[in-house]
Design a protein around this ligand. Structure first.
Ligand SMILES: [Zn+2]
Length: 311
C-alpha cells in the first residue's frame, strides 16, 4: 500500500508518500493557516505532484490520501470546531480536491491521533497498547490509545482536547470559549501574549519561538526562566491529567516545541513521576521518535483502516 499523506499543521503543511510504515519522501510548505483552506489546496497539490515525480510514483497508483487536520473530526469524517485555523472547513473540501486532482478517495482524522498511531506503528510507542500523545506546537494536541483502540468518542472529541483542559481556574481566555486552558497558558500561539503581559515583547519577534525563550532562560534571563518554569508545569499538568484519565503505560511528547527536548523531556518525566497517581508502577515518558513524520505514518494506517473497511 502506498499512501499520499497530508498533515495540515498550524505553521507548516507536511506532505509525504508513505509505504509500510515508512515515509518514502516528504516535504513541507508554509501553512499560512490564517488563510481559508481552499486557497491553500493548489499549492499542496503541487507539492504532492513534486513528491510523486521525485519518487517516480504516479499519484493515481496510490491507494488514497490520508489527511491529518488540527480539529475535531467526528466518526463520519465531518470537520467540527476548527478553532480559527484554515477558516471554515468541510470534509468535502478534501474529498473534492483529491478526487478532482488524482481520482483518489480521502480520509481525514485529527492530527494528534494520527501522530499517536504513527508512533505506535513505527516509533516511540511500538509495543504499547495503552499510550497517550501530547503534541506541543502552535497549539497543544492530545490523543489516547486504550487497550489497543484509538479513542474517538461518539462526537469525535474523546481524548483530543487535552490542550483545552483547564489548568488555571479563571485564567486567560481561550479560543475554544473556556478560560485557563493549557493551550492558552503555554503554547507557541499563546507565547506573544504571555511575553507582552510580562513586558518582555523584546523576547518576542514577529513569531516568537519557545526555543528563543529557552535560550534566554539558559543565559540567565529571569523573566524567560519564569516563562519556562510555568510552561513546563502546565505541560506536566497536562501529562498528569491524561495519565489519570486514560491509564497509559507510556506518554509520548511530540510537536515543534520539542526541538528543546533536552530541557522539556526530563522536566515532564520528573513532574509525572512526582505528581501522577499510579500505584501500579511508573509511566514511561518519552520523546516522539518520528517527529514530523509521525502523523504521515498514521495517515497510512488511516487509509488502510477506513478505506479497506469500505472496499
Ligand atoms: Zn481552550
Amino acid at each position: 500500500m502506498t499512501v499520499i499523506a497530508c498533515d495540515f499543521g498550524g505553521t507548516r503543511i507536511k506532505v509525504g508518500l508513505v509505504r509500510s510504515g515508512y515515509v518514502l519522501r516528504q516535504l513541507a510548505i508554509d501553512a499560512r493557516s490564517s488563510r481559508p483552506l481552499v486557497e491553500r489546496l493548489a499549492e499542496v497539490a503541487a507539492a504532492v505532484q513534486q513528491l510523486c515525480e521525485s519518487a517516480a510514483i504516479r499519484p493515481r497508483d496510490c491507494n488514497g490520501v490520508g489527511i491529518s487536520f488540527p480539529s475535531i473530526i467526528d466518526p463520519d469524517g465531518r470537520v467540527l470546531g476548527e478553532f480559527g485555523k484554515y477558516g471554515p472547513v468541510a470534509a468535502e473540501d478534501f474529498t473534492r480536491w483529491t478526487e478532482s486532482s488524482w481520482s483518489l478517495p480521502a480520509v481525514i482524522e485529527n492530527d494528534a491521533r494520527l501522530a499517536l498511531i504513527g508512533e505506535k506503528v513505527a516509533g516511540a510507542a511500538t509495543g504499547h497498547d495503552n499510550a497517550v500523545m501530547i503534541t506541543l506546537g502552535t497549539g497543544i494536541g492530545t490523543a489516547a490509545l486504550v487497550q489497543g483502540e484509538l479513542l474517538v468518542g461518539i462526537h469525535g472529541q474523546a481524548a483530543i482536547l487535552g490542550g483545552h483542559q483547564t489548568v488555571v481556574v479563571g485564567g486567560r481566555q481561550c479560543v475554544c470559549g473556556n478560560r485557563g486552558c493549557a493551550e492558552t497558558e503555554a503554547s507557541s500561539s499563546a507565547l506573544p501574549r504571555i511575553l507582552a503581559a510580562m513586558g518582555r515583547s523584546d523576547l518576542s519577534t514577529l513569531a516568537p519561538q519557545y526555543e528563543d525563550v529557552f535560550k534566554a532562560a539558559a543565559s540567565g534571563d529571569e523573566c524567560a526562566a519564569a516563562v519556562v518554569a510555568r510552561s513546563l508545569a502546565v505541560w506536566g499538568t497536562v501529562a498528569v491529567n491524561l495519565v489519570h484519565a486514560y491509564d497509559p503505560s507510556i506518554v509520548v511528547l511530540g510537536g515543534g516545541v520539542m526541538r528543546s527536548r533536552d530541557i522539556i523531556l526530563p522536566a515532564i518525566a520528573e513532574y509525572v513521576t512526582k505528581h501522577a497517581h499510579t500505584p501500579w508502577g511508573n509511566v514511561t515518558v518519552v520523546a516522539s521518535q518520528l517527529g514530523d513524520a509521525a502523523a504521515l505514518v498514521g495517515a497510512e494506517w488511516l487509509v488502510d483502516q477506513r478505506l479497506s473497511l469500505k472496499a
